[in-house]
Design a protein around this ligand. Structure first.
Ligand SMILES: C=CC1=C(C)c2cc3[nH]c(cc4nc(cc5[nH]c(cc1n2)c(C)c5CCC(=O)O)C(CCC(=O)O)=C4C)c(C)c3C=C
Ligand SMILES: [Fe+2]
Length: 486
């Protein structure tokens, strides 16, 4: 097994970021190329300030890259084609081989589109290691720098505590997440839509916490000798915890690789304001509204995945603003079509003992029932595919709660999936972003020494685990982890 080969150098690099906005009072059009002059990456800032600036951060990369691989058996480290995609060191560090060291101007143009998504466990057996990968992500559990060495022991502990509740949820939706299958279908549909528009592309799927991992997708991009790349996260709104986290993985891989650092790349950081997406959402809502006997009396209930309040208030996550803007645009579109329904936004799926964005979906449902609302249409607004949060949490838990609280007529808008207006719009987003793809310039470091010392790592793991157990094994914490919190 190889030890880590990360250098502590901070390369200079440049990513191109596209952001296409519709009319919204607070929205500004943006299409920028950001430059980094060796500053540390700052996903703690809104993307307008921080995204597109991808430079190396040695403190984070061991966690971010290895997070996806820890606990996997050698067999699991292979993609379905049987190729080893990353070699994990004893410490869980990864090293992406330099398969292609350079591409020249004479190379034929081969466009790649990299879809980023969260990933989900495919079987119940995958649930705990999937949860480990999620909680080992420093963009999901944000520990102060001093306590970063606790990230992995904490992730281990929390994933074990959370696994039984998660397994129940996945068991209820057929024993695993449908996210991989749906994302693959979306990838095929985007490829076909782009081909139909005269742009042949290879589309890759890179998941953050389960197969196919982002590292695998990048490996394949290198094998295919892609010459221009568009990165398209499948999250309409940007959050540090979703798109930000996946971009951090890319940042870590790209900063270490000669080929990737020269590859022209364009990142579409968010697309909640795109006309095609807004119209596709309005189409789905209209269709479901018309299923009710009295559509005009239905309250449209937008339910978004929450994030901890500290992300928005302390770290400047634009997620909440973008969510509100997105809902404003959807409602404007519905109004233009003659639908003047009441609507509300609440946040679901909170986990852990911290404050999350309010209002909480479960609390609002009860309040609405008490206020006499009789018909309600739930709209999952932060996802574009069905998964545990829609199929189990909304369709089972929230529906049950709503009916119990006095709501009589319940409906739910399906996730966009492969809806043709939506896929066409994503294809357009790729076409629009491609011209601004820019190479990432990096001053490749000559020093390849690893910042990994097995003894100090073992000592930290040992004491960290003890501390984590002492801190976390209070009855209140365990309860928080086991139930809807963690
Ligand atoms: C916009 C989408 C999402 C945000 C923001 C987000 C933040 C976030 N999530 C957790 C913890 C968990 N998320 C889990 C599943 C899950 N999360 C999203 C999307 C967002 N998460 C999706 C699409 C899924 C489902 C994946 C699938 O299996 O299909 C889970 C596991 C399920 C469970 O046990 O409830 C956890 C845990 C945190 C802590 C967080 C922000 C900090
Ligand atoms: Fe989540």
């Amino acid at each position: 097994m190889e030890a880590a080969t990360f250098s502590a150098a901070r390369p200079q690099m440049r990513f191109s970021v596209s952001n296409h906005k519709l009319s919204w009072p607070r929205a500004k059009s943006m299409s920028v190329s950001c430059h980094s002059n060796g500053e540390l990456p700052n996903f703690d800032k809104p993307p307008s300030q921080a995204l597109g600036v991808l430079s190396s951060c040695s403190a984070d990369k061991s966690i971010a890259i290895s997070g996806g691989l820890y606990l996997l058996s050698p067999a699991q480290k292979r993609n379905p084609a049987g190729q080893t995609f990353c070699a994990a060191s004893a410490a869980g560090y990864t090293h992406v081989e330099n398969l292609v060291e350079s591409h020249t101007d004479t190379t034929e143009d081969r466009v790649g589109v990299l879809l980023l998504n969260l990933g989900g466990p495919e079987t119940l057996h995958d649930v705990q290691p999937f949860l480990f990968n999620l909680f080992a992500d420093p963009d999901i559990i944000r520990l102060p720098r001093l306590f970063r060495f606790l990230q992995r022991p904490l992730a281990q502990l929390i994933s074990v505590l959370r696994a039984p509740k998660s397994k129940e949820g996945y068991a209820a939706i057929g024993g695993g997440s449908p996210l991989r299958k749906i994302t693959d279908e979306q990838a095929d549909a985007i490829k076909m839509a782009l081909e139909a528009k005269g742009m042949p592309v290879n589309v890759y799927v890179g998941m953050r916490y389960w197969y196919p991992f982002t590292e695998e997708a990048i490996h394949q991009i290198k094998r295919d000798r892609i010459t221009r790349l568009v990165v398209l996260p499948l999250y309409p709104q940007f959050s540090i915890s979703t798109t930000g986290s996946s971009l951090r993985v890319l940042q870590n891989i790209f900063s270490e690789d000669a080929y990737l650092s020269r590859l022209p790349v364009s990142i579409i950081q968010s697309w909640y304001q795109r006309e095609g997406y807004i119209k596709a959402m309005a189409d789905l809502i209209r269709k479901e509204l018309e299923q009710f006997t009295k559509p005009e009396e239905v309250m449209i209930f937008f339910s978004a995945h929450g994030v901890p309040v500290s992300y928005v208030e302390d770290a400047g996550d634009p997620y909440k603003d973008q969510m509100e803007e997105c809902i404003y645009l959807i409602m404007q579109e519905l109004k233009a079509r003659g639908f003047d329904n009441d609507h509300t936004l609440a946040y679901q799926s909170r986990v852990g003992p911290v404050k999350w964005l309010k209002p909480y979906t479960d609390e609002v449902l009860v309040e609405l029932g008490q206020k006499g609302v009789k018909s309600l249409l739930a709209v999952p607004v932060s996802f574009v595919s069905e998964h545990i949060e829609t199929l189990e949490e909304i369709d089972m838990e929230y529906k049950h709660l709503a009916l119990e609280s006095g709501i009589e007529n319940w409906g739910r808008v399906p996730a966009l999936g492969c809806t043709s207006t939506f896929i066409t719009d994503l294809a357009d987003a790729v076409i629009e972003a491609l011209p601004s793809a820019k190479a990432i310039y990096t001053s490749k470091s000559t020093s390849q020494e690893a910042d990994y010392d097995p003894l100090s790592y073992a000592i930290k793991m040992f004491f960290g685990s003890i501390l984590a157990f002492v801190l976390l094994l209070s009855p209140k914490m365990i309860l928080a982890f086991r139930n809807h919190v963690f």
